[in-house]
Design a protein around this ligand. Structure first.
Ligand code: ADP
Ligand code: MG
Length: 312
């Protein structure tokens, strides 16, 4: 028991692409196959570290929205309910994959896994509510978009629904997560950035919004005292001149450099930038190690041998 307590705590934030690759539609078989790679890495890590897993839900919540828009026989559910549904479905996929990978490695003893429906508190006055900017769900034609009951915006792919993306203030279940971690549970939580809620007196009320999963993960990492924060995605780290002739990946990125490079246009909104911001916020909250890496290199990134480390 004593040895367990000395183990460092790693939080791995899995990108939506860990489950559905960009060219895929997201069948169950595809998602389970894709998950094997990062989950095998995490299963190995769990021998030496305590583990929290968070995950994105972009493609899954988009598919649920499309499903409910294709059917008028049952009432539509608001976004917060769809986020809750994705926490359940993805939590189940991660749990079952992790269970198989742990068994394949022969780690069957004393490894308990739990997925937690997680709420994240946001501020009702957050300016994001006045300017919905985060595209979610399916792509529509201009005419279809005009008939929808919510705001849409023209994106590179076509018209999409846009929702507010307020800042995460606190994770409601942080105490439960701390307790589970102390008991060496592997905890899957804050899926899709968490179910966004506002406080109403002593209770909570869900709101139509989505929280960036990297920023929610950084908040959780600070609140539960994570030692190593790993943001795993489909590229091997942070690059300068990404996608251009002179593309080069960075081994480290300081907070000052990040701001300078962003001003120079290296880090666009909504993709790699929230990951860098999340790394910086984790360090600001007292965290030690934040690294952005590919889902194939999670283990090496924890050891400082892969990915881009965000440094003060
Ligand atoms: P996730 O689903 O893991 O959150 P995102 O698609 O939101 O992934 O963000 C990762 C993507 O950011 C990469 O696939 C890459 O295409 C894009 N990207 C944009 N600029 C950069 C950059 N400077 N360095 C690395 N990746 C970048
Ligand atoms: Mg993302």
């Amino acid at each position: 028991m004593r040895a367990e307590k000395a183990k460092k705590l790693v939080l791995v934030a899995l990108g939506g692409n860990a489950l559905i690759r960009k060219h895929q539609t997201g069948t169950l078989e595809e998602q389970l196959e894709n998950l094997k790679v990062p989950i095998r890495e995490i299963a190995r890590l769990s021998m030496a570290y305590r583990i929290i897993i968070t995950h994105g839900n972009g493609p899954q919540v988009g598919n649920l929205q499309l499903q409910q828009e294709s059917c008028s026989a049952v009432p539509r559910m608001p976004l917060e309910i769809l986020v809750a549904q994705t926490q359940g479905q993805i939590g189940y996929m991660i749990e079952s994959t992790l269970d198989s990978e742990l068994m394949a490695l022969g780690i069957v003893t004393q490894k308990y896994i739990v997925s937690l429906i997680s709420y994240v508190v946001v501020d009702e006055q957050d300016p994001a509510f006045k300017h919905p900017s985060k595209p979610v769900g399916p792509v529509y034609s201009e005419t279809q978009a005009a008939s929808l009951p919510y705001p849409t915006r023209k994106t590179a792919k076509g018209y999409r629904r846009v929702v507010a993306s307020p800042k995460p203030l606190t994770i409601v279940e942080k105490r439960e997560i701390r307790e589970l971690i102390k008991r060496d549970f592997i905890v899957i939580c804050c899926g899709g950035g968490g179910i966004p809620v506002i406080r109403e007196g002593r209770s909570f009320c869900g709101v139509d919004a989505v929280i960036d999963k990297d920023l929610a993960s950084a908040k959780l990492a600070g609140e539960v005292g994570v030692d190593i924060f790993v943001i795993a995605t489909d590229v091997k780290g942070v690059a300068l001149d990404y996608g251009k002739a002179g593309e080069r990946y960075l081994r480290t990125l300081s907070c000052r450099e990040a701001v300078v490079y962003r001003e120079l246009g290296h880090f666009p909104d909504g993709s790699i930038w929230p990951k860098i911001e999340a790394g910086m916020q984790f360090l600001n909250s007292g965290g030690q190690t934040a690294v952005i890496c590919s889902i194939e290199e999670i283990g090496d990134a924890v050891l400082g041998k892969a990915g881009t480390r965000i440094i003060p």
